[in-house]
Design a binder for this molecule. Structure first.
Ligand code: ADP
Length: 325
């Protein structure tokens, strides 16, 4: 099948670098003579027909902007067979032969189902700050979010050391500890409490037992948002009950982690992946996510990408532990 027209959409949680990805997909397609349609508000726009022809100038001056110019949304309707049927009819009415979906785990799960049901090509790009998609070393937005976390923790450190307090700082991750662990290493935090190890060991007890060094006058622990760890609020509550001699404070970084101008690394990653999405479609690939492995672009089947088993490198935990003595 020759692809004449692709649709591009962003879906689920936004991430810095999504615009750079939209730009790369659009321009690479046009470079290869393929028409591009921008689909607004994710799968929702595919159902309602919020679709616009994209030329190269439609993606001018966006590489440096956070968020997504295509907007993003969550669509309950797309989770139903009827919703996807309407979405497919809209695609056909607009002459769209293939889709590039930029989003996280949920968006790619939807893409997988949609592509299987209607037998047409979809290529996914991993757009999420959480870095929780399997088969890729990095996702678009992760590096920028890490930098935002480090900047925030540096500031909190100033006040933490003036007051000699124990701070629990909650970072995002949706049950994945990449932001907390690498954020802790990069900011010189004392420890990270992450969901991956929450069931096998008591990370709070270990952290306290390893003893915040007496000569240190402040302590910062990054905690992943998680139902398993209880997040920063849950951990602080435990400290108040079990170790009442600590003067505890909680900071929840929240949505500042999702915004902001994308880092150079995220812009480059998004540009490489956007071009690779079009290459993949031209090669006849379908139902794959573009990943990066050892600095090489790879194609990861959706089924593997959304498996939710991306492992944390335990050596990073040792490094954090060793460097916080
Ligand atoms: P993210 O892509 O950031 O993980 P969500 O999990 O909210 O975000 O998913 C975004 C959208 O993808 C949902 O609103 C829904 O429209 C679609 N989606 C998610 N999971 C499925 C699924 N299992 N089947 C069909 N569509 C899905």
């Amino acid at each position: 099948m020759t692809i004449k027209c692709i649709g591009v959409l962003t879906s689920g949680g936004d991430a810095p670098g999504m615009n750079a990805a939209i730009r790369a997909v659009t321009r690479a397609a046009i470079y290869h003579g393929i028409a591009v349609k921008g689909i607004y508000r994710g799968y929702k726009g595919l159902i309602t027909g919020e679709i616009k022809d994209f030329q190269t100038q439609d993606v001018s001056n966006i590489i440096q902007r956070g968020g997504t110019v295509l907007k993003t949304a969550r669509s309950e309707e797309f989770k139903t067979e009827e919703g996807r049927r309407i979405a497919y009819q809209t695609m056909q009415a607009h002459g769209i032969d293939a889709l590039v979906v930029i989003g996280g785990d949920g968006s790619l799960s939807g893409a997988r189902l949609f592509a299987e049901e209607y037998n047409f090509p979809i290529v996914g790009l991993p757009g999420t700050i959480d870095n929780d998609l399997s088969g890729t070393d990095l996702t678009i937005g992760y590096d920028t979010a890490l930098n935002t976390i480090v900047e925030a923790v540096d500031k909190i450190r100033d006040t933490a050391s003036s007051h000699e307090r124990l701070f629990f700082i909650e970072v995002m991750g949706r049950e994945a500890g990449f932001l907390a662990l690498n954020g802790a290493i990069a900011s010189g935090s004392e420890a990270a409490i992450i969901p991956e190890f929450a069931l096998e060991k008591d990370q709070l007890a270990e952290t306290i037992a390893s003893g915040f060094r007496k000569t240190k006058n402040s302590s910062i622990v990054l905690v992943s948002e998680s139902e398993v760890t209880g997040g920063a609020m849950g951990i602080a509550e435990r400290v108040r009950n079990e170790y009442p001699h600590f003067d505890v404070r909680v900071v929840i970084l929240g949505h500042i982690q999702r915004g902001g101008t994308p880092s150079a690394q995220d812009r480059i990653l998004a540009s490489r992946m956007g071009v690779a999405a079009i290459d993949a479609l031209l090669e006849g690939q379908r139902n794959v996510m573009i990943g990066i492995d050892n600095d090489e672009i790879i194609y990861v089947p959706f089924s593997k990408a959304i498996k939710k088993n991306k492992a944390i490198d335990e050596r990073l935990v040792s490094i954090l532990h060793m460097l916080s003595i």
